[in-house]
Design a protein around this ligand. Sequence first.
Ligand SMILES: [Zn+2]
Length: 249
Amino acid sequence: MKDRDVGCLKCGRKETIRAHLIPKVFCREVQVGKMHAAGVVGSNKFTPTQSGIFDKHILCAKCDGELGDLENYAAKKFRVIRSNFKNSKLGVHEMLSADSNKILRFAAGILWKYSIAAKDFGQIDLLGFDDEIKKYAYGEIEKPSFLDGCFFWLRLNEGSSDLFAYRAPIMMSIDGVNTFKFLLGGMLFFIKVDDKDLLLPQFKDLLLGNSLGIRFLLAPALLSEEFQEARKLAFSQGSLSDFLDKNGS
Ligand SMILES: [Zn+2]
């Protein structure tokens, strides 16, 4: 149990700010387009927000801002992917102009923030790897060997760059390897936090830790658990239809 109100959990500064768990830029994207649904699917809660989801007790402005730079970088690259590959065939694609290390540090930053977030916001347990994940996110150490991963773009339809949901990190076991999954900017991430390697054939060639540019799998959203869950939430939870009605969607 982490003590609340102890100041910034990175540097100790007393004044903390509204640190975004789901960065504002990703929430706004889901709301602005013509979306089927939006929400934090992992915790089964729909959260209508344009300002992002934040925790006021974890980070100061400077430490939040450093992770924010990585988030903006990732958001920008994901927009380029959605624009450049919207008409492309399903399968593996490559973007050499993106820095895979920065994308992986972005993912590490998201995981670390969720590890220090309040329980209500979907706190995750980084299995004792917290400190190294934090240092790697902040660029203080090289990529630790227990950390690696990849992402799929869940495309709604050919020709579409629309987004349908975001999802906070949840832990799962893939082939006995502890892996966190989250969905931001249309990209479904699988990040292993485990000394064992992710050996599944569908992840081979995609691992960010191995490459300079990025490789990702373009996959159909409609078949994904994330899309099914988002759609279920959209229909079952009054809050979403109320929210969309009020906002004239
Ligand atoms: Zn700080």
